[in-house]
Design a protein around this ligand. Structure first.
Ligand code: 5GP
Length: 252
């Protein structure tokens, strides 16, 4: 069988040409990176877990009317997605102070924020994804004012939905990162959710114990990273088994 053409390789995923025009195959790797790829590791089974968790969340979001690039999961590590033009802005939504907002504003980790805050970072590894204002986004034509309005309202809907979904299984949604893309349909362009939503891109704490169940376990050397991701999957009802199931590539 002919090897599929690689379109793009990122730190945790690879995009391949899809089976039909306008589609791509998103492959989830086991690679983990942090601090602008200065820290690297391979975490066996992480890609399988993120593929499943992201499939689950994107499917639920599609159901409540949030447009996403997700079409369907193909196998343990791959999903079929619509090809979109990625808007070069990372959208961060925060409910509780953690990570860079603590350093930037001198907040205590775990302090609830007065309201949910949406931030934008310019997607640029060489510049370490700097925080930017809407002014920068429109001035440099990274996105239009209309696209920013759409992105903010979709992000807040996603936040409401995911906060409830995770709270129902004993998890606090502290913050998360989203990416959006432009989907071209004839003369129309739609802003849709792209990339992934997984413990790599969210902060998730156990409601009772505040134990971290996300990529901070890797960033801060807390250990049991894939075990924590598997617990998120288990609580969401995606995987009945423990982390061993995530490593079993024969499972579909
Ligand atoms: P912070 O700005 O505090 O580092 O991150 C805020 C939230 O966005 C966290 O949930 C973090 O995991 C996520 N995030 C920020 N930048 C990135 C990124 O480049 N990649 C991924 N996967 N997540 C990110």
């Amino acid at each position: 069988m002919a090897r599929r053409k690689k379109i793009y390789e990122g730190k945790a995923k690879i995009m391949y040409e899809g089976p039909e025009p306008g589609t791509l195959v998103q492959y989830f790797k086991d690679d983990a990176t942090a601090f602008n790829a200065q820290k690297r590791a391979t975490l066996e089974g992480k890609g399988v877990l993120n593929n499943r968790i992201s499939e689950f969340i994107m499917t639920q979001l599609n159901r409540i009317g949030v447009p996403t690039h997700f079409i369907r999961r193909l196998n343990m590590r791959e999903q079929l997605v619509r090809e979109v033009e990625i808007i070069p802005v990372e959208v961060i939504c925060r409910n509780v102070a953690a990570g860079t907002i603590c350093k930037r504003l001198g907040l205590e980790e775990g302090e609830p924020l007065p309201r949910s805050i949406v931030e934008f970072c310019y997607k640029n590894d060489a510049l370490q994804d700097p925080l930017v204002a809407e002014e920068h986004i429109t001035a440099f034509n990274w996105a239009t004012t209309q696209e920013i309005d759409d992105i903010i309202s979709l992000t807040l809907r996603i936040n409401d939905f995911m906060s409830g979904m995770f709270a129902a299984v004993g998890i606090r949604l502290i913050d998360f990162k989203l990416e959006f893309g432009r989907l071209y349909e004839g003369d129309m362009v739609r802003t849709v959710l792209a990339d992934e939503i997984s413990p790599d891109s969210c902060r998730l704490w156990d409601i009772e114990t505040n134990e971290k169940m996300d990529k901070d376990r890797f960033r801060r050397d807390l250990g049991n990273v894939t075990e924590a991701y598997a617990e998120v999957a288990r609580r969401l009802g995606i995987m009945r088994e423990g982390p061993r199931a995530a490593n079993d590539e024969t499972l579909q």
